[in-house]
Design a protein around this ligand. Structure first.
Ligand code: HBI
Ligand code: FE
Length: 313
């Protein structure tokens, strides 16, 4: 049967996608090859560099005491506040020396299987552009600030670095089962919107989607509205997610080791065979087996969420 995962796939060159796998049609720009990599990094203007510096300064107002220690240490190790958009060659050398990862420029959102292939090779694809003053607060597509400020620091953590590579490998398996939505939920609730309990009662954010913006950095760890639930990989992979507003639920890990262990120990073949076509749990659900740290009021969502003027309380 063509959809059964091979035990260990070779990712040295981009594998062919089986014909029965569903993919979103993305139009490849003429100047990139099958790897979707830009020939070189954008030559950012002085204004672009100033935008990076202002975004950086804004985050530093809110991250201390709210971002995970591993993230703050990563910012420091990579010296991401040295001024201006980082040069990927130098950044990759520094990251490479720490965990073997590199950062490579891509024009836009790239196809899932290409994204996963880069991750499986410890390359993180980062947007080759930066937002403008007009889109300072909210952008649709991930730019270099989200991708580098948000994601690169965690790639300096050896365990998290391995988790991201495993995720890339797992992506190919999920695609062969046509259950990428389920694995996408795991990425969403960990890599993008994950929280970690660093000490009893001390909840910090490590997700890039949280840490690259000012509002959710506070909301995720302090607001009364959202649920905070200890992460269980099975439960998370059955949970719906929304991409355009503050999260109604965050999942909290006890350590990166535990996240890594839960992920590699879970038999995803078996899980995918048991899944239906849609998610079992709404993104607001609290279920009886959950280990709940905080049951949210959902006041923000009930008042109308983004665009309603509701305060992120
Ligand atoms: N492309 N550039 C880019 N950045 C992403 O984060 C990204 C992507 N393509 C696909 C993708 N993410 C998803 O497959 C995962 O987030 C699940
Ligand atoms: Fe991201």
């Amino acid at each position: 049967m063509a959809t059964i995962a091979k035990p260990q796939q070779d990712f040295s060159i981009l594998p062919d996608l089986p014909a029965d796998v569903f993919t979103a049609p993305l139009k490849k720009p003429a100047h990139v090859g099958d790897d979707w990599l830009e020939p070189e990094q954008t030559n950012y203007t002085a204004e672009d560099h100033a935008i990076w510096d202002d975004l950086f300064a804004r985050q530093m107002q809110v991250l201390p005491g709210r971002a995970a220690n591993a993230f703050m240490a990563g910012l420091e190790k990579l010296d991401l506040g040295r001024g201006g958009v980082p040069e990927f060659g130098q950044l990759s050398e520094e990251l490479g020396a720490l965990t073997g990862w590199s950062v490579v420029p891509v024009p836009m959102l790239i196809p899932d299987h290409v994204f996963f292939w880069h991750l499986a090779n410890r390359r993180f694809p980062a947007g080759n552009f930066i937002r403008t003053r007009e889109t300072f607060d909210y952008i649709q597509e991930p730019d270099v600030f989200h991708d580098v400020f948000g994601h690169a620091p965690m790639l300096t953590d050896p365990v998290f670095a391995d988790y991201m590579q495993e995720y890339g490998r797992a992506g190919w398996k999920a695609m062969r089962y046509n259950h990428l939505k389920a694995l996408g939920a795991l990425y969403w609730y960990t890599v993008e919107f994950g929280l970690i309990e660093e000490a009893p009662g001390d909840i910090r954010a490590y997700g890039a989607g949280i840490l690259s913006g000012p509002t959710e950095a506070v909301f995720s760890v302090e607001a009364q509205s959202p649920n905070r639930i200890m992460l269980n990989v099975d439960r998370v992979m059955r949970t719906d997610y929304v991409i355009s507003d503050l999260q109604p639920t965050y999942f909290v890990i006890e350590s990166f080791e535990d996240l890594y262990r839960q992920t590699v120990e879970r038999d995803f073949d078996r899980l995918y065979r048991s899944l239906g076509a849609s998610f079992t749990y709404a993104n607001t659900a609290v279920i009886d087996v959950d280990n709940v740290i905080h049951q949210g009021t959902q006041e923000y969502l009930l008042r109308g969420g983004r665009g309603s003027g509701a305060k992120p309380v």
